[in-house]
Design a protein around this ligand. Structure first.
Ligand code: GCB
Length: 625
């Protein structure tokens, strides 16, 4: 699924802004369907409120019931289309929803148009038939019903628990149980937009790259829909807009002698080099000729895994980075440009070269920034909270595979994405989980043979049933936090044992994919005590000593938990959310951020190519120091 883009043949109309909104508070949450709220303007069925899009709906209003709402919410918006969209029958009009968590039904002018299961991923429908009827039906009413309920077969899974003791709970009382540690924000959290293409159009482009001696090879495959009578021209342009290779047809290989490779941030003096692949389609249709243009950024790079290394462009790559969440005050998981740019400025300040999209695929704009800034991504699907045996069933497995298809289809062309993660902390000691993970991983590898695949484990090395199928072992451990809390002196020993056991058994590179400590900004205590900034720093220091023992051997990365504080469900162990951030939720540094920054820049200077460049140069010359 190509990211919507303006071009000489395509127009985009973003529907960001205020939508009408109504949560269905009826007992069975189905009044909206019973009364068919999609048939008429939403306000005619009852009171509506203004709701910004993109945003989660939870933290916008003063109504506590909305913050914790479980069930169907309704969004509606009217749009006026330009005449050329509705009158020119060579134009195809598409409605695209960036994400709707977790199940969505879409009506256009009251007509059932589209359904989608799963949040965090885009879906779209050709609505030309609905808008190109009769004289000027240029006013369009879009209604979107979204259900945020998590069940044993959604991803992430959850359960609905009815509490039936009438001495404690009112009749019909239920709670949503989740098995992950972030707030289940919902709504239209990414942009909704309309875009056009010609009726014969470039439907998809798949690019893979390799390097042969001095040349970069760009393999492309283009899918065209709408007609079989077409021609395709392909041009590859360098960063100065000079054509460096060209081709024709639906597939081919472009050779770029002396190619500039895409390198991660701080790994090379010229990181994140991007070419542009310009695709031009010309076709004959019954209504006359049409053309379509699409430009895809392309980074030429290779990824490979050995028994003990993660290689990018044939050189050992060390992930020194973070885990993130899409999370901020008020907007929840709603996409926000200022937040995005601030986060990338912080990542670069920190000297981070990578992050994991814990625990779901992030907005496409995030990955585009990663391509442009050289921030390497472990792209994780929403396979989080697979904690109970009943979650490993065939329906879930089928859905999980479908989700991986959608993730790979959306993100396959990003050079920044170097590995897929199919799950976080599944109950991988179960036999059923072993089979399940084997199937999802095999499916993902078949979808994309060019990238390694992993899942993130917190199981014991001897018990884990999924590890045999991964390319890289990713381990979460919280020594001196959830185990032996307060005993910082045990971290090095326990970490060494963890690494040695796993490496001895599997002989695969290992990433410490999570470690960290809950820290309330402004809490201080020396000698360090839990929850203080000093304790977070000391815990990190102990981990770093342990990591350095194995760093040049087979440990290929460390990702702190977490980049920033983030919201969770309420619980006695969470103080307004998870506070393991090295930045606060408002993106201000805790003391640990400075410690990590010193470490990451030091590691960056040690692992930079070509080595002939003065080692301190990247630190000294960086505009971000
Ligand atoms: C984990 C989870 C992450 C949690 C974190 C914590 O292992 O992967 O989602 O937020 O621990 O802070 O407990």
């Amino acid at each position: 699924m190509l990211y919507p883009q303006e071009s000489p043949s395509r127009e985009c109309k973003k529907l960001d802004g205020l939508w009408s909104f109504r949560a269905d508070f009826s007992d069975n949450r189905r009044r909206g369907f019973e009364e068919q709220w999609y048939r008429r303007p939403l306000w005619e069925s009852g009171p509506t409120v203004d709701m910004p899009v993109p945003s989660s709906f939870n933290d916008i209003s003063q109504d506590w019931r909305l913050r914790h709402f479980v069930g169907w919410v309704w969004y509606e918006r009217e749009v006026i289309l330009p005449e050329r969209w509705t009158q020119d029958l060579r134009t195809r009009v598409v409605l695209r929803i960036g994400s709707a968590h977790s199940y969505a039904i879409v009506w256009v002018n009251g007509v059932d148009t589209l359904e989608h299961e799963g949040g965090y991923l885009p879906f779209e429908a050709d609505i030309s038939n609905l808008v190109q009827v009769g004289p000027l039906p240029s006013r369009l009413r879009i209604t979107i019903a979204i259900n945020n309920t998590l069940t044993p077969t959604t991803l992430p899974p959850g359960t609905i628990q009815y509490l039936t003791d009438t001495s404690k709970y009112p009749k019909g009382y239920f709670v949503q149980n989740t098995y992950f540690d972030f707030f289940n924000y919902a709504g239209l959290q990414r942009s909704v937009l309309l875009y056009t293409t010609p009726t014969t159009y470039i439907d998809d482009i798949t690019v893979t790259t390799s390097v042969e001696q001095d040349s970069g090879l760009v393999n492309y495959q283009i899918s065209v829909k709408g007609s079989n009578l077409f021609e395709l021209e392909v041009r590859l342009l360098d960063a100065e807009n000079k054509v460096v290779a060209n081709g024709t047809g639906t597939q081919g290989q472009l050779k770029v002698p002396g190619a500039s490779l895409w390198w991660p941030y701080l790994m090379h003096e010229r990181p994140a080099y991007l070419y542009s692949l310009e695709v031009q389609l010309t076709a004959q249709t019954s209504l006359g000729p049409v053309s379509d243009f699409y430009t895809l950024p392309v980074g030429i790079r290779t990824v490979a895994v050995t028994k003990s290394q993660f290689l990018i462009n044939g050189k050992p790559f060390y992930f020194h980075g973070v885990n993130k969440h899409e999370d901020a005050d008020i907007r929840g998981k709603g996409f926000d440009w200022p937040l995005l740019v601030k986060d990338f400025n912080l990542l670069r300040w920190l000297g981070a070269n990578a992050f994991r999209t814990s625990h779901y695929p992030y907005a496409e704009e995030v990955l585009q920034m990663c391509d442009r800034y050289g921030i390497v991504v472990i792209d994780e699907c929403p396979g989080v909270g697979l904690a109970l045996p009943q979650f490993f069933n065939n329906v879930s497995l089928h859905h999980h595979m479908q989700v991986m298809e959608e993730v790979v289809r959306r993100d396959k062309n990003h050079p920044a994405v170097v590995m897929w993660s199919v799950a976080n902390e599944p109950a991988s000691h179960l036999e059923s989980a072993g089979y399940y993970l084997k199937m999802v991983i095999a499916h993902t590898k078949a979808l994309d043979p060019s990238r390694p695949v992993t899942f993130v484990s917190n199981s014991n090395y001897a018990a884990d049933k999924g590890a045999p199928y991964v390319d890289v072992i990713c381990l979460n451990s919280y020594y001196s936090w959830y185990h032996d809390y307060g005993h910082l002196e045990l971290i090095q020993l326990q970490l060494a044992t963890q690494f040695e056991n796993w490496y001895k058994k599997y002989q695969k590179p290992i990433i410490q994919s999570e470690y960290g400590a809950e820290t309330i900004a402004g809490f201080h205590q020396d000698p360090p005590l839990m929850f203080t900034e000093e304790y977070q720093k000391s815990l990190l220091e102990q981990y770093h000593l342990g990591l350095d023992q194995k760093r040049r051997k087979y440990v290929v990365g460390e990702l702190i938990w977490n980049f920033a504080d983030f919201m969770t469900e309420q619980s006695p162990t969470r103080v307004l959310g998870n506070k393991k951030g090295i930045f606060t939720r408002q993106r201000q540094p805790k003391s640990a951020a400075f410690l990590l920054r010193e470490r990451y820049w030091k590691i960056a200077n040690e692992t930079r190519y070509p080595h002939s460049v003065a080692k301190s140069q990247c630190l000294e010359n960086s505009p971000f120091t």
